[in-house]
Design a protein around this ligand. Structure first.
Ligand SMILES: Nc1ncnc2c1ncn2[C@@H]1O[C@H](COP(=O)(O)OP(=O)(O)OP(=O)(O)O)[C@@H](O)[C@H]1O
Length: 674
C-alpha cells in the first residue's frame, strides 16, 4: 500500500494541543463517484477574482506576513501547499508546492473554488459549511470526491474576525473571514499539519484583532511563560481605556470563560474534541463588555505598563503567569487591493486601512502574496537606517521600489540620487561618484565637479546594477561607506556625507563574491537586508497589476480605460514574461494602441515576436476592417468546425460567441461536445 492510500476515509477534528488528530466526529461523507472537474465551475473568472481579492485585501496582507518565514520553510520541507480562501471557498492566494496536483495545479491557484458544489467533499468546504463549529483545524483524508485529490489530505482551519463589544453598538459577533487549507501527503505530515494550521490561524486572528482594535484599545497579553507573551499561544485581550474587555482572541476567551466556570457551549458539545473551545460559545456577552475587575484584575497598574514591561500575576486568584500591556500591534502593510475601477480606489473599507501606511508603498501591492511580503518588509525597514540590497530579474520593478521607499521615508524631501553602474564607462565611474578637483585629469571640467555621492548628502543613494561596478571603484566606495567621507579625485579636503544606501542587481551577488568579481567586504556593507523581488511569472496579481498599469497609461494618453475582458487577462496569464513588468508595460501599451473599441480582448495582446510571425494575421486589430466571413451557425454544427472558426479568430471566444449570436457558455458547451 502506498503512502497516499494509507489513510482512512473521514474527517478528523483536532484537539487544541495541536499534537494529535482525534478520531472523526463529523458525519462521514458518503462515498461518492469521482467528480469530473469542469474548468468553468472550478475557477472563477479573472474579474470576479480581482473583486474578491479586493474585498479581502487586508486579510491577504495579514496572512502573507504571518506565513512568511517559518511556515514557508515548513511547506517547502513537506512539499505541501497552503491556500487562503475567502468565505465562499475561492482561493485568494497560495503558498508552497503547487506541483502537488500535477496537471490539476489550477486547483491550488487563486480563483479555484473549493466549495462542495464545485469540488465535492474536502476539508475547506467542510469548515466553511459551519466555520464557528469548525474553528479548530480539521482534516479530510482519503474522502475526497475529486479524482486529483484522492490519496491526499486537505486540512483546514476557519479564520474568524474577533467578536467585539463597544458601548454604542454592544456586541458584534466575529464573522468568518476565510479559511486556510493545507493540501499535502497525509503520510508525511498528518501529525503536524493540524498543529501548524492551528498556530497559524491563532497568529492570524491575533494580528487581525490588533489591526482592528489596537489603535484605540490597550492590548493585554497573558501567558504563563514570560518569553511567550508575544506568541500566538498567549491570550490576547483588547481593553478599553476604562478597563472593559472589548475583544479577545480565542485563547483569551477560553481563559476568561474558564475562570468564570462557564459550561461548554452547545457547539462544543457537538464536537467533544473542542470541549475547551469557548471561542464558539453563544454567551459572549458574559465575557465581552465586562470590566476586568470581574476577574479581579486591577486595571490601573496594567494600563500604565510600558511596552517592554510586564507584570507578574503569581499572586492572582485566577491567573498565574505574566501580563504585558500596551503592546502596539505588529507593523502591517497597507494593503490596497487591485481595483476594478479607478473610482473604487479610495472608497470602501480599504480606504481606512490605506490611512495606516504610506500610500507609495501600498501602490506596489496589487494582490500578490509575495509582493505583500516585500511591501511589509519595506514598511518595516523604511526608516531603519539599514543598507538595502534589492535582487531581482531585469524589469521586476527594483527602481520602482526604490522610488516608493524614498517617498515613504523621513528623507522624502531630500535628494534621491540614482546611478546605474552598468551604464557608466569604467574610466568615468570614479569621477561621477566621487567628483574631482579642477585639473584632476585631461578632459575634466576645468571648474572641477561635485560627485554624485555628495549630491546624495542628506538623502538616499541608489546604486543600480551594483554587480557591474569595477573592482577598483568597489574599494573606494567601501572606504566612503566605512568613513562616511568622500575625497574627490585629485585630492582635496574630504567631505562628510550622510546618505541612506540602496543597491540593486539582477546578478546573484553572492556568486560574484565567490567568483572573486565582487568584494566580500563591500557585499556585507551593502547587504544590511537583502530583499528578493519576485518575477512576474511567479506573481498572482496579473489582473490587479495590469489594471494599475493600464490606468496609468490611459491617464498619460488622456483616454478612457477600456473594459478589461477575462479573455484579455487569460492570455496575459499564459505568457512567461521574461522581461517582467517592463515587458508587460510594453504589451499593454501596444494593446491600447491596437484597441479602438470599448474593451481589451485577447486579440489585442501581441507578445514579443508575434508581429514578425505568420500569426499576426490572426490578430483582430491587424485584420482588414471587414469581418472574416463566418458560415451561419447552423453550418457550424460540429465542435471541430467551431474550433476552426475559433482558430481563425485567434482563439477569441467572446468574439466568436458574438459573431454567432450565442453566449460564451453555450459556445464552450458546444466546443466541449466534441
Ligand atoms: N509595481 C509596479 N507598478 C507599476 N509599474 C511598475 C511596477 N514595477 C515595475 N513597473 C514598471 O516596469 C518597468 C520596469 O521597472 P524598473 O525599472 O523599476 O525595473 P528594474 O527591476 O529596475 O529593471 P532593471 O533591472 O532592468 O533596471 C518600468 O516602466 C516601471 O514603471
Amino acid at each position: 500500500m502506498t503512502a497516499r492510500h494509507h489513510s482512512a476515509s473521514h474527517v478528523d477534528n483536532h484537539v487544541d494541543n495541536h499534537t494529535a488528530a482525534a478520531p472523526a466526529h463529523s458525519t462521514p461523507h458518503p462515498a461518492a463517484a469521482p467528480v469530473a472537474l469542469q474548468h468553468s465551475s472550478l475557477v472563477c473568472p479573472p474579474e470576479e477574482l480581482v473583486w474578491r481579492q479586493r474585498q479581502a485585501a487586508s486579510l491577504m496582507a495579514t496572512v502573507a506576513s504571518a506565513v512568511a518565514g517559518h511556515t514557508l520553510n515548513l511547506l517547502d520541507h513537506w512539499q505541501a501547499c497552503l491556500v487562503l480562501t475567502d468565505r465562499d471557498g475561492v482561493v485568494l492566494a497560495s503558498y508552497g508546492h503547487q506541483q502537488l496536483l500535477g496537471n490539476d495545479a489550477t486547483l491550488l491557484r487563486p480563483g479555484a473554488r473549493w466549495r462542495e458544489e464545485s469540488l465535492g467533499h474536502n476539508a475547506i468546504a467542510e469548515t466553511l459549511n459551519a466555520p464557528r463549529a469548525n474553528r479548530l483545524p480539521r482534516i479530510a483524508l482519503d474522502a475526497h470526491d475529486a479524482e486529483c485529490l484522492k490519496g491526499l489530505a486537505s486540512a483546514s482551519a476557519a479564520l474568524l474576525a474577533p467578536a467585539s463589544w463597544n458601548s454604542r453598538r454592544g456586541l458584534t459577533p466575529g464573522a468568518c473571514e476565510g479559511c486556510l487549507g493545507l493540501i499535502c501527503d497525509p503520510y508525511r505530515v498528518r501529525q503536524y499539519s493540524l498543529g501548524m494550521l492551528g498556530v497559524l490561524a491563532d497568529d492570524i486572528e491575533q494580528r487581525r484583532l490588533g489591526e482592528a482594535l489596537g489603535h484605540d484599545h490597550h492590548l493585554l497579553r497573558l501567558h504563563l511563560n514570560r518569553s511567550q507573551l508575544d506568541s500566538p499561544s498567549a491570550a490576547l485581550l483588547a481593553v478599553t481605556p476604562q478597563g472593559q474587555v472589548a475583544a479577545a482572541s480565542r485563547r483569551g476567551l477560553q481563559l476568561l470563560a474558564a475562570h468564570l466556570e462557564l459550561p461548554p457551549s452547545p457547539d462544543c458539545a457537538e464536537h467533544p474534541a473542542d470541549n475547551d473551545s469557548s471561542a464558539t460559545r453563544d454567551d459572549l456577552h458574559l465575557l465581552l463588555g465586562q470590566p476586568l475587575a470581574r476577574w479581579q484584575l486591577d486595571w490601573e497598574p496594567l494600563a500604565q505598563l510600558d511596552d517592554a514591561e510586564c507584570l507578574t500575576l503569581s499572586q492572582h486568584p485566577h491567573f498565574t503567569g505574566y501580563a504585558l500591556c500596551g503592546v502596539l500591534p505588529r507593523p502591517r502593510i497597507q494593503a490596497r487591493a487591485p481595483a476594478t475601477h479607478p473610482t473604487d480606489e479610495r472608497t470602501g473599507p480599504l480606504a481606512t486601512q490605506a490611512a495606516a501606511c504610506h500610500p507609495s508603498l501600498a501602490r506596489l501591492h496589487h494582490g500578490d502574496a509575495g509582493w505583500a511580503r516585500v511591501c511589509e518588509l519595506l514598511a518595516r525597514l523604511v526608516n531603519a537606517r539599514l543598507p538595502l540590497l534589492l535582487q531581482g530579474e531585469t524589469g521586476v520593478g527594483k527602481e520602482e521600489v526604490v522610488k516608493a521607499l524614498h517617498q515613504a521615508s523621513h528623507r522624502a524631501h531630500q535628494p534621491l540620487v540614482a546611478i546605474n553602474c552598468a551604464a557608466l564607462p569604467d574610466e568615468l565611474v570614479e569621477a561621477e561618484l566621487f567628483g574631482y578637483r579642477r585639473g584632476a585629469f585631461t578632459g575634466a571640467d576645468p571648474a572641477g565637479r561635485e560627485g554624485r555621492l555628495i549630491e546624495a548628502n542628506g538623502g538616499r543613494l541608489f546604486l543600480d546594477e551594483i554587480g557591474d561596478m569595477p573592482l577598483h571603484v568597489q574599494a573606494r566606495l567601501l572606504r566612503v561607506l566605512q568613513e562616511r567621507e568622500v575625497t574627490p579625485l585629485g585630492g582635496g579636503k574630504p567631505q562628510r556625507v550622510d546618505f541612506e544606501l540602496v543597491a540593486a542587481t539582477h546578478q546573484p551577488l553572492s556568486e560574484l563574491v565567490k567568483a572573486g568579481h565582487f568584494r566580500a567586504d563591500l557585499y556585507y556593507r551593502l547587504c544590511g537586508a537583502s530583499i528578493a523581488l519576485p518575477p512576474l511569472r511567479d506573481r498572482q496579481d496579473m489582473a490587479g497589476l495590469s489594471h494599475a498599469l493600464l490606468t496609468r497609461l490611459c491617464r498619460e494618453q488622456q483616454r478612457e480605460l477600456p473594459r478589461i475582458t477575462p479573455d484579455f487577462l487569460n492570455r496575459l496569464m499564459q505568457h512567461d514574461w521574461p522581461g517582467n513588468v517592463r515587458e508587460l508595460d510594453n504589451v499593454l501599451r501596444l494593446a491600447l494602441a491596437l484597441c479602438d473599441g470599448p474593451s481589451l480582448e485577447a486579440c489585442h495582446v501581441m507578445l514579443s515576436g508575434e508581429f514578425s510571425s505568420a500569426s499576426h494575421a490572426q490578430h483582430c486589430a491587424m485584420l482588414p476592417p471587414e469581418k472574416p466571413p463566418l458560415p451561419p451557425l447552423h453550418d457550424l454544427s460540429s465542435a471541430e468546425e467551431l474550433q476552426s472558426a475559433l482558430d481563425a479568430l485567434g482563439g477569441n471566444v467572446s468574439r466568436l460567441a458574438r459573431e454567432l449570436g450565442i453566449s460564451r457558455t453555450t459556445l464552450y458547451k458546444r466546443l466541449g461536445a466534441a
